[in-house]
Design a binder for this molecule. Structure first.
Ligand code: HEC
Length: 287
């Protein structure tokens, strides 16, 4: 299969028949091809002083002299130029497609980031959440979490930690979460959410990170969020937060939670000895 239109091939055949010189053939169809330039140059300067003619001959040395090949060199060059290799077409088509589908699902981080891989592991395997909420958070026995859903129920991290840690039986029949488009949640109305009491402090935070950021696609572009993620990663790498969720730690979570969202929350906030806010979740550290 050739991509040279028939009328152009006819033209080059006609040129060949009229005159066997490559220079003339080039000049005849010159308007359509840049590959013609050296040959055309040879012709243009051949009337000049001998030194120039010699130089021009050197420039045009690669122009075929005789006999003419089946297809003139400029036709061959044009054929080569027009073809895009199959692999390049493949890339052009599939790379954007892959990027879009990847961006849409956000199932896998593009680097081996322990923060993301640990969080995913907790959700999918160790914590067993995926069994009831789906690997992509689409829901099942438990509520859908993805598509912003869990962030609509829990605008803040601490409230969600309280809920996941104590489970739904602890507040059975009570309203929890923020006012959603479909109203407030009533605990136990869909089933039983088991208390995730086996998770360590940082594991509880990580599994919720996975639900909010990876599955629900929460906006993490604020300075607060970026700082929070850095802090979480630092603690993970330093091996901090591996203690159980003690009564004291749970009290802290209740203090960090919003009474309008979480039954039993005090909303007092929590600070360390230096007065730093230690509530889990994004908040700018005070200067
Ligand atoms: C045995 C099934 C099951 C497992 C395992 C499970 N859940 Fe649930 N989850 C549920 C059910 C059922 C509900 C709704 C309970 C209710 O009606 O109050 C729920 C509710 C939730 C909610 C509240 C969502 C909302 O919008 O109201 C969150 C958050 C949640 N689960 C997180 C988790 C996490 C994190 C894990 C893993 C540590 C987990 N779940 C494991 C069944 C499960």
């Amino acid at each position: 299969m050739t991509e040279i239109p028939e009328h152009l091939l006819k033209r080059s055949r006609a040129a060949k028949g009229k005159d066997d010189s490559a220079a003339d053939a080039g000049a005849d169809s010159g308007a359509s091809s840049a590959a013609v330039t050296p040959a055309a140059k040879t012709e243009a300067v051949s009337a000049g002083p001998p030194a120039l003619v010699a130089a021009a001959a050197a420039i045009g040395a690669d122009a075929p002299q005789a006999p003419e090949p089946e297809k003139p060199h400029f036709v061959q060059a044009a054929e080569k130029r027009k073809r895009m290799p199959m692999w390049a077409m493949f890339l052009l088509f599939f790379v954007p497609l892959w990027a879009v589908s990847f961006g849409g699902t956000m199932q896998l981080p593009d680097v081996e980031d322990p923060l993301f891989t640990e969080a995913a592991e907790l959700y999918n395997v160790t914590g067993g959440c995926a069994g009831c909420h789906g690997g992509g958070g689409g829901g099942g026995v438990g509520y859908q979490l993805n598509d912003g859903s869990v962030v609509e129920t829990f605008p803040h991290v601490a409230d969600q930690m309280v809920h996941v840690y104590r489970g739904s039986d602890a507040i059975k029949g009570e309203a929890y979460g923020a006012e959603r488009a479909d109203g407030r949640r009533i605990s136990g109305s869909r089933g039983a959410m088991p208390a995730a009491t086996t998770l360590h402090q940082i594991e509880l935070e990580l599994v919720i990170f996975h639900e909010r950021v990876v599955l629900a696609g929460e906006d993490t572009s604020s300075d607060e969020y970026i700082e929070y993620i850095d802090h979480l990663r630092e603690r993970l790498e330093a091996g901090e937060g591996t203690g159980d969720v003690t009564d004291e730690y749970f009290e802290m979570l209740l203090a960090c939670s919003d009474p309008e969202i979480t039954p039993g929350a005090t909303g007092e906030g929590a600070v360390d000895d230096d007065g730093e806010n230690i509530c889990p979740g994004p908040h700018l550290e005070e200067e």
